[in-house]
Design a protein around this ligand. Structure first.
Ligand code: NCD
Length: 382
């Protein structure tokens, strides 16, 4: 029997002994093979017909795996927490629920993002956030490309705009961007065709971190109304604090901000927040104590105490935690400066610390974000 394989063996053209017409066999991944006659004796024609049929079937398959849902969140980017309303935040949290269960399965593989391309573009150091997005994208079946920025043309003087234009020409579906410049994700979202997720822009915002923190809190307390949450430490340089203040207060929690005067931004005074410069006063009646890393890389000038002094006044240990509610929980977005903002034993005490749970929730929330944004882009266009 004469046989020709094309399209990585997904399309076969062959002739049976007793027939002079070419036959087609099309076998798409995870699908039953289809066998049909090409209706022609001429090989070139049979090839043309085969490729047409193959493309048609493949397109139908791709259409079928489009998610096509209507979510309360309708945008194609996720840039800031500031403008998210309660229903939109809940849309991300609710969509994550199924992934919390999914991520406990032995085989963690879905195909809803099969054929989609996601770029991780991190211009600042990151372990947690970058790998969390990578795990999320891969579990949904997407192809994820980690751009090694340290080895990229940025070092040869290429501007960020050039880099983004280059990546845009490769037709990505989602770009996940971390960069030291505030507001950069918004700018980039206006020039690329893909969805953009802000994974941290300078000291400005880090919406997926705040969403995963909210998911962790909701899982533990089942509500936000009536909860008192302390956010402590280097608020001035913390995009995590900024995003959490927006999201947790929109969800109905009351927020205490605690830190040294020099690390609390003045613009916070305009918001409905309680500001304290002392842990004992600020932690009173709190259900959750969220500690922040001292962002040494962003601190310029001398508005910081030495580490020992800082730990004495603002570092969380069991004694300071006892100022909060009896069963209060500790959170930290990581990476931690152990012994500076948090005592090491407390950080590892799983009866009080939700830090590992935050990482677990991070994957679920990022799977939800990818699902929603890709769906929205299919549905509403770029
Ligand atoms: C935070 C970040 O990068 O903004 N970490 C994180 O995303 N897990 C907080 C920090 O760097 O201190």
């Amino acid at each position: 029997m004469k046989k020709i394989n094309i399209k990585n063996d997904q399309l076969q053209i062959y002739k049976r002994e007793n027939s002079n017409l070419w036959q087609l066999k099309i076998k798409l991944p995870k699908k039953k093979a289809i066998r049909i006659s090409s209706g022609t004796k001429i090989l070139i024609e049979a090839k043309k017909i085969g490729i047409q049929k193959y493309n048609h079937l493949l397109n139908n398959e791709i259409k079928k795996i489009q998610i096509d849902k209507t979510y309360f969140y309708k945008k194609i980017h996720l840039i800031e927490s500031e403008n998210l309303n309660k229903k939109e935040i809940e849309c991300f949290l609710d969509t994550s629920n199924k992934y919390i269960e999914f991520n406990k399965k032995r085989i963690k593989k879905s195909n809803i993002l099969e054929g989609r391309t996601v770029f991780n573009l991190f211009f600042e150091d990151s372990t947690r956030t970058r790998t969390s997005f990578e795990v999320a994208a891969k579990r949904l079946g997407a192809d994820l490309i980690n751009v090694a920025v340290k080895d990229s043309s940025i070092n040869k003087g290429e501007t960020l705009l050039d880099t983004m234009t280059t990546i845009n020409s490769m037709s990505p579906d989602v770009i996940i961007l971390r960069h030291p410049e505030e507001g950069i994700s918004k700018k980039i979202s206006k020039i690329v065709k893909s969805s953009v997720i802000n994974a941290g822009d300078g000291s400005h915002e880090h919406p997926t971190q705040a969403l995963l923190d909210a998911l962790t809190i909701r899982k533990k307390f089942k509500k936000f109304k009536g909860l008192k949450i302390a956010i402590c430490g280097d608020i001035l340089h913390s995009r995590v604090a900024r995003s959490n203040i927006e999201i947790l207060s929109t969800l109905g929690a009351s927020i205490n901000i605690i830190g040294p005067k020099s690390l609390i931004p003045l613009d916070l005074k305009r918001k409905k927040l309680n500001i304290y410069y002392n842990m004992k006063k600020g932690l009173k009646n709190c259900d959750i104590v969220m500690m922040l890393r001292i962002q040494k890389e962003r601190i310029v000038g001398t508005h910081i105490l030495n580490e020992k002094e800082y730990f004495n006044q603002y570092g969380l240990d069991y004694k300071k935690l006892s100022y909060a509610k009896k069963n209060a929980f500790v959170m930290h977005p990581g990476p931690m400066n152990r012994g500076v903002e948090i005592e090491t034993n407390l950080a590892d005490d799983i009866s009080r610390s939700l830090i590992q749970e935050q990482v677990t929730m991070g994957v679920a929330i990022r799977m939800a974000c990818l699902e929603i944004l890709v769906n929205n882009r299919d549905k509403y266009g770029s």
